[in-house]
Design a protein around this ligand. Structure first.
Ligand code: ADP
Ligand code: MG
Length: 226
């Protein structure tokens, strides 16, 4: 599914140059659930953004589902992103002006799914996520746990092959955090590949494998570095 080789990402501003990724190679098989751990600033979000084609690497190779995608133009990146990848962020990133139903429906509009099918799929998804009774509510009327369930519904409504989650429980209390992790785990058991960035040992335990990142590089263990 994912193969990256010697990935570099350098951020340059007028005064400073930050090497956020310093030669990262890894692969993720179809159907795997991988956790990426590491201290703040070690490059986790940068890696996830590149995997999600939200950003391009400065150097290195990236193959997604067999296709070289490391240096695509914005239009091609958007097409692949919409068709294949679902995102879940710590901050939920819902659109405040749209209600729950409309937020979840949005990816299907981008994919050109006809109206009748959109309604049916959204209704089903809200039921599955346990938020049917909030269909007409707006994000600011929901609890954090409900907002994250809406975000997950939106991430998976287009049936992506890959879910990328950046600290998905970071803004949730422990009960809601566990519920969100169980949802992700269930989606993985149904076949969706997941790469999740997390600070939490509890969340990482849901994954089949953990990759440790430190200072932009993959390391065996974080123990003696923290
Ligand atoms: P993490 O998610 O592990 O906390 P990030 O991937 O967000 O870390 O950041 C890695 C490093 O790259 C940090 O030093 C951060 O300040 C820097 N960085 C991230 N994004 C940018 C950006 N857009 N411009 C400049 N520096 C950035
Ligand atoms: Mg981050």
């Amino acid at each position: 599914m994912i193969e990256i080789e010697n990935l570099y990402k350098v951020f340059r501003t007028e005064e400073v140059e930050t090497v956020a990724l310093n030669g990262v190679s890894m692969s993720v098989a179809d159907g795997e659930f991988v956790a990426v751990m590491g201290p703040s600033g070690c490059g986790k979000s940068t890696l996830l953004n590149i995997l999600g084609l939200l950003d391009n690497p400065t150097d290195g190779r990236y193959r997604l589902a067999g296709e070289e995608v490391g240096s695509l133009r914005e239009r091609q990146r958007t097409r692949i992103r919409r068709g294949r990848i679902g995102f879940v962020f710590q901050s939920f990133n819902l659109i405040d002006e749209l209600n729950v139903e409309e937020n979840v429906e949005l990816p299907l509009r981008y994919l050109g799914v006809p109206a009748r099918e959109r309604r049916q799929r959204v209704t089903e998804m809200l039921r599955r996520m346990g938020i049917s009774h909030r269909a007409q509510h707006y994000p600011q009327q929901l609890s954090g746990g409900q907002q994250q369930r809406v975000a997950i519904a939106r991430a998976v409504i287009g049936r992506p092959q890959l879910i990328l989650a950046d600290e998905p429980t970071g803004n949730l209390d422990s009960r809601n955090g566990i519920e969100v992790m169980e949802l992700l785990s269930e989606l993985n058991r149904e076949g969706t590949t997941i790469v999740m960035v997390t600070h939490s040992q509890r969340d990482a335990a849901y994954a089949q494998r953990t990759v440790n990142l430190f200072d932009g590089q993959i390391v065996e263990s974080l123990e003696d570095r923290l």
